[in-house]
Design a protein around this ligand. Structure first.
Ligand code: HEC
Length: 152
């Protein structure tokens, strides 16, 4: 019992201490000329789907939930956000070259179609990101429409 108490005691101390390790949650300012929804003058209903289902990980407009401030969960969340932004950042769309844009549009359509995006683990915490079939169709059609137009 003594050892058990010691383990609990030290775990709590460590848990308290790791809260002081800083996590960079700074949101970079958005240049509206590079912002996907501004570039394409995206209709409001599509923009709302992107906002609720993709922006937390693929934009500079992340809204952090309360539990995102508690280490070590916060580290895992920030890691996913950084990784998501590396693959695709709707806020910095204008920075990508033609090949990357094409790739991102294709991958976005595919990943929404095959339910790999939004991230399944995210949906359990964000029910609003659990897109209906109609919302998925709308989003996929939107990405594919841009691809077909060739203007991106
Ligand atoms: C909880 C965070 C999160 C959300 C929400 C999210 N993604 Fe992702 N996304 C990621 C991460 C992490 C990766 C990189 C790892 C991977 O591909 O699994 C990624 C990768 C991608 C990629 C690149 C895949 C590839 O093949 O290179 C695309 C495209 C994408 N996401 C589109 C979307 C779209 C569109 C939405 C909204 C409908 C969305 N994601 C929502 C975290 C997220």
């Amino acid at each position: 019992m003594k050892t058990f108490k010691k383990i609990v005691y030290w775990s709590l101390i460590i848990l308290a201490l790791i809260q002081f390790i800083p996590v960079d949650r700074t949101l970079k300012p958005i240049n509206q000329k590079e912002n996907f929804v501004v570039v394409f003058n995206t209709p409001k209903n599509v923009e709302q789907i992107l906002e609720k289902a993709c922006y937390d990980c693929h934009s500079n407009e992340t809204v952090y939930p309360k539990y995102a401030y508690v280490a070590p969960i916060s580290w895992s969340i920030q890691h996913h956000i950084n990784e998501g932004r590396e693959h695709l950042n709707f806020s910095e769309w204008g920075k990508f070259n033609q090949d990357l844009k094409k790739n991102m549009l294709e991958n976005s359509a595919r990943s929404v179609k095959d339910y790999s995006m939004p991230f399944p683990g995210y949906i359990s915490q964000h029910p609003e990101a659990n897109l209906t079939k109609a919302e998925r169709v709308l989003l996929v059609d939107y990405f594919e429409g841009i691809l077909k137009s060739g203007k991106y």
